[in-house]
Design a protein around this ligand. Structure first.
Ligand code: NA7
Length: 539
């Protein structure tokens, strides 16, 4: 059979490309199937204006290639999407990844053949392929969701979800795409915030439809000088080693002091300093207990609320922009650049959907219960079926005809977020309950990929052809994951961290990530491997 490989990888993003590299290095035959026409995953699909990192650029790239580290220059502290897509293409070219990637091909079905100990995947062109090892590298934020609002298709203007945004902008108009246009943006998460800031610059009018505000904080982007870049290149080893030691694999490290033990003046000065630093420092470099202690969290929450009030001229609009139902950092913190100041511009209007919900999309625009907003363009920044969505969209059948969607109907169950019992040889990179889900993602992707590569090597060396978690070990990990969440304030907020998606009410509210710290997760994975894959059943 010609479509027979040692390993099949689903997705050619950051994780899929590196997994291809590591398995190919072992002399295995590997095939990657990718739905897009190019490499990059999230950085291929999310072409909306304003899309950029919230991670420091130089901490985001691959660390495994000294050549790439030395050859690639970051121009901005937080690189924009086109740069990152270029970077990933540069790596793909350098390592000749494309020869093993089949583009414009979606895996629709994956079935485990227990007798042959092989996965058979079905592709959207009707063909099939088989391999002993199946690696899902399909990304935690890939299955985008449109709102459940009637009439989306009836709109006679231009529209797109941010994750399927037209490459050259609407109508191929590039930077002029919003000139003279009435634009509506629905959704104000990390993506909505980035897109709103850009559209506000040139649109004739921008109407923002906000269901729930977020606790946004300044990104403080800026150029990286050639001198700085030289310095970064000389210090990559230290930089990555530092990242590997912290909770989220950023250079930001929680302050060892409690927010409650310092004086009011000291605390205010510290918050102020963090607010003006670049990146996630205000969140992940703050007092250690802002994410675990309600009282400590109230203090930073109050600080950020005061900042929003000071930046928005109209007090009623400011109140609409201040979250009332969750504390700072309990949902993903969007990083912004003059976001709140957008609402001081005469061409920008905020519609609070809590007061005036959308009834339907009509040919002319968005109809709320009090008013019809006539629009030329609608941008849906309404997020994703996070973490499990891209796996759910593949019809995955394991041993004894068991469906993955049935197994995870009440929430994911995994061991290390890498595998789930009953689905041997299926590895889920950045899967649910995996340390890579709350992480400066490429740092943890590398850990995930290397762990899988080492596991495959171990199996080959010991002549094993099947690996899956024991049910006991899987139960213990699932309990442990929930305990990591209970130690934080994450469960106090509805968010995609908690599996909440108002556009998919069937999704169970349950913790989807791993909140024990990536450095501890890394240690757990190492321990399991060192103990001959304790908790896994090898045959
Ligand atoms: P998010 O963070 O899931 O945000 C989606 C936004 O869209 C959020 O404000 C939602 O409000 C809003 N939304 C969702 N459905 C609707 C409907 N039906 N009507 C109005 N508004 C809606 O996705 P992002 O793309 O911003 O970010 C995802 C991650 O990508 C981000 O965390 C980064 O890590 C990268 P809600 O919050 O549900 O009240």
């Amino acid at each position: 059979m010609s479509n027979q490989y040692d390993a099949i990888i689903i997705g050619a993003g950051i994780s899929g490309m590196y997994q291809l590299h590591t398995l190919r290095e072992q002399g295995l035959s590997v095939k990657v199937y990718e739905a897009g026409t190019g490499v990059g995953g999230a950085w291929y699909w999310n072409k909306y204006p304003g899309c950029r990192f919230d991670s420091e650029s130089y901490t985001y790239g691959y660390s495994w290639s000294e050549e790439v580290l030395q050859e690639w220059d970051y121009k901005e502290r937080f690189a924009a999407q086109p740069d990152t897509e270029r970077y990933l293409n540069f790596v793909a070219d350098k390592y000749d990844f494309r020869k093993d990637i089949q583009f414009s091909t979606r895996v629709t079905k994956a079935t485990y053949d227990e007798a042959a100990k092989q996965w058979e995947v079905e592709l959207d062109d009707g063909s099939t392929a088989r391999a002993e090892t199946l690696v899902s590298a399909s990304g935690p934020l890939n299955a985008h969701t449109l709102p459940r609002i009637p009439g989306i298709d009836s709109f006679k203007g231009e529209w797109a979800h941010t994750a399927r945004y037209p490459k050259e902008g609407f109508g191929g108009r590039g930077i002029d795409q919003f000139k003279g246009k009435r634009v509506g943006v629905i959704g104000t998460g990390a993506t909505g915030v980035q897109v709103i800031q850009e559209v506000a610059k040139t649109a004739d009018s921008l109407t923002v439809f906000q269901l729930a505000p977020e606790w946004c904080a300044p990104l403080k982007n800026g150029p990286i000088s050639s001198e700085e870049m030289k310095n970064i290149k000389a210090n990559y080893k230290t930089i990555f080693a530092e990242c590997n030691e912290t909770f989220g694999a950023f250079r930001h490290k929680f302050d060892e002091r409690s927010a409650l033990e310092v004086s009011d003046e000291e605390r205010e000065a510290f918050f102020e300093k963090k607010y003006h630093e670049s990146g996630f420092g205000i969140w992940l470099g703050n007092f250690h207990d802002i994410m675990t202690d309600r009282k400590a969290n109230d203090l930073i929450t109050d600080f950020i609320a005061r900042k929003i009030r000071s930046r928005v001229n109209d007090p009623k609009t400011a109140e609409s922009l201040i979250p009332k139902d969750h504390g700072f950092g309990t949902r993903r913190v969007p990083m912004e650049t003059q976001y709140f100041e957008c609402y001081n511009k005469p061409n920008v209007k905020l519609v609070n959907l809590k007061w005036t919900p959308i009834e339907e999309i009509v040919p002319e625009g968005v109809k709320c219960n009090d008013e019809l907003y006539e629009l030329d363009i609608i941008i849906y920044a309404t997020g994703f079926d996070a973490v499990t969505g891209s796996l759910k969209r593949i019809d995955i059948t394991g041993k004894d005809g068991a469906k993955l969607t049935d197994k995870w109907a009440n929430g994911p169950r995994t061991l290390l977020g890498m595998q789930t019992a009953g689905f041997p040889n299926l590895f889920t990179l950045v899967g649910p309950h995996n340390g890579a889900t709350f992480c400066n993602i490429p740092r943890c992707i590398e850990q995930n990929v290397e762990w899988v590569a080492d596991t495959v090597k171990y199996m080959k060396k010991n002549d094993f052809h099947s690996i899956e978690p024991s049910l006991e070990a899987e139960d213990a990990w699932t309990i442990h994951v929930d305990e990591t969440a209970e130690g934080t304030l994450f469960p106090s907020a509805d968010s995609w961290f908690m599996g909440v998606n108002i556009n998919d009410p069937s999704k169970k509210r349950t913790f989807m990530l791993y909140a024990g710290g990536q450095q501890n997760y890394r240690a757990e994975c190492d321990k399991v491997a060192e103990n001959d894959y304790a908790g896994f059943v090898l045959k």
